[in-house]
Design a protein around this ligand. Sequence first.
Ligand code: ATP
Length: 259
Amino acid sequence: MDGEVVLSTQALAKHYGRVRAVDGIDLEVRRGEVYGFLGRNGAGKTTTIRMLLGLIRPTAGAVRVFGRPIGHNQEWLRRVGFLVESATAYPNLTVRENLDLQRRLTGAPVSSVAEWIGRLGLGPYADRRAGRLSLGNKQRLSLARALLHAPEVLILDEPANALDPAGIVEVRELLRGLAAEGVTVFMSSHILAEVAHLADRIGIVHAGRLLEEAPRDVLASRAREYVRDAFTQSEREEALLTADLERYFLARTSAEVAR
Ligand code: ATP
């Protein structure tokens, strides 16, 4: 994909004693793309994201956002929205109050609070204290906080965390819509399906290194070939059955909600 590189790392590394949490990663994320950063637990995703945001200092290497090294100038932060690890909000403030505070901190317009309450389906909970929300709704609130100031780039660590299957689909639709509006999304996940549904390009991270990086369709055809060679017919049918059941479950439960 052509286009301006908005987020990149150069030989990025973070070592904790002998643990090489991130061990020399070169990433390039271009404007308007959805980049899926896929890896198992402990692969180094969160550590990479923390360095992308300047929350921890790399042992070696560098991070560039909008073509400039992140450093003392924090101007780039205004153009970036992020969600790192678990959901964050002030537990004693309501959903609306949390968003209103965020709006004032970021200089977002007054209308953005109602807009994001609506877009994330938080209407019924707007006056509930954040501490009393379900995990899934806390995650929605965190996403709303990340999006309130209309960032150009979104950096999301496991955005589907704690969401039920319907919530996962909602967030997927939301991110797809944002991408269509030109927002660049960098998201980490340990769930392949989540990334496969959304990402234009996928990077597989393992033991702190980028094992493979390819457009989704290229990776999908590699995967098909691998599965054809490595699995039996009945194992392949089993996997398809699970996918069909998931679709059926989603269709049934969304019909119940609509009733
Ligand atoms: P998960 O999906 O479980 O969140 P992850 O891909 O985000 O995993 P990281 O949290 O980045 O993985 O961790 C990568 C490795 O670095 C792990 O082995 C972890 O134990 C180690 N690690 C992370 N932070 C620290 C720290 N502060 N001190 C020591 N080791 C750490």
